[in-house]
Design a protein around this ligand. Structure first.
Ligand SMILES: Nc1ncnc2c1ncn2[C@@H]1O[C@H](COP(=O)(O)OP(=O)(O)OP(=O)(O)O)[C@@H](O)[C@H]1O
Length: 242
């Protein structure tokens, strides 16, 4: 495998009962790349993330990170190997402060000592626009701040591969532009990103490549321009008939 490849997925398959929701999906993610994932509701995008993070076990296929297999690793091991993710519904520890929420992955996943973790987490809170909320209990944050905290928590584990699941929804244009800038900065620092997003203009502003799923099947993969001009993508995702 090329040294350029960070994550490799081969024939990934997930079934729920008789329904195949991720169907023989193969793709690579290069180091330092932002790969966008598009597809209609129910296409299998979040399930694909669950297979990568280990929240769900695959029924078939192979996954490797940095050239070594992931399938047998439980989710916490995958975090320690450098996979961080956000969830569509933010899942903070509600009775801990925003800062404490970050200290957990910084110390447990990224294995930082307390003093280093503390500095690192303060930097992330600043990057994510949450420094003023550092001592607020996560359960008392607004929805927008909970979404920011979800991203900050994923970053606190120092991921080399960051999985972002629809983090731009509900943001104002200015907040969306800030988010795109933050994602660019993360990529410039060497974080590889896979981003599921329905807010197309945000995704297209930063994605190097895009992969499109429909009914669990990969129907297109390529540069944003190429993919958006693909007649099948236009039909499936945008309802445009040729
Ligand atoms: N735990 C589960 N048990 C049974 N079916 C599931 C489970 N999780 C997801 N599904 C089904 O798998 C299909 C794919 O769901 P998934 O959430 O991956 O789609 P998605 O592309 O992320 O959709 P959205 O854009 O709406 O978030 C859907 O039909 C969903 O109902």
């Amino acid at each position: 495998m090329s040294d350029q490849v960070l994550l490799s997925a081969r024939g990934l398959t997930k079934r729920f009962g008789a329904v195949t929701v991720v169907d023989d999906v193969t793709f690579d993610v290069a180091r330092g790349e932002v790969l966008g994932i598009l597809g209609p509701n129910g296409a299998g995008k979040t399930t694909l993330f669950n297979l990568i993070s280990g929240d769900h076990a695959a029924n078939g296929g192979e996954l490797s990170l940095d050239g070594s297999h992931l399938q047998a690793e439980p989710p916490f091991k995958r975090c320690q190997r450098g996979i961080g993710r956000t969830y569509q519904v933010p899942q903070p520890f509600g009775d801990m402060t925003a800062f404490e929420n970050l200290m957990v992955p910084a110390m447990l996943s990224a294995k930082m000592k307390e003093a280093e973790a503390s500095d690192y987490c303060a930097g992330i809170l600043a990057d994510c626009g949450l420094l003023a909320r550092a001592n607020t209990l996560a359960g008392g944050l607004t929805l927008l701040d909970r979404k920011r905290l979800e991203l900050a928590r994923a970053l606190a584990g120092k991921p080399k591969l960051l999985l972002l699941d629809e983090i731009a929804g509900g943001l104002t244009d200015a907040e969306g532009a800030e988010l795109v800038e933050l994602i660019r900065r993360l990529r410039d620092r060497g974080v590889t990103i896979i981003w599921i997003e329905h807010v197309l203009h945000a995704l297209m502003a930063v994605a190097d490549r895009v992969l499109v799923l429909n009914f669990g099947v990969k129907i297109a993969e390529g540069t944003p321009d190429t993919v958006m001009q693909d007649p099948e993508v236009q039909r499936v995702y945008m309802g445009i008939e040729a």
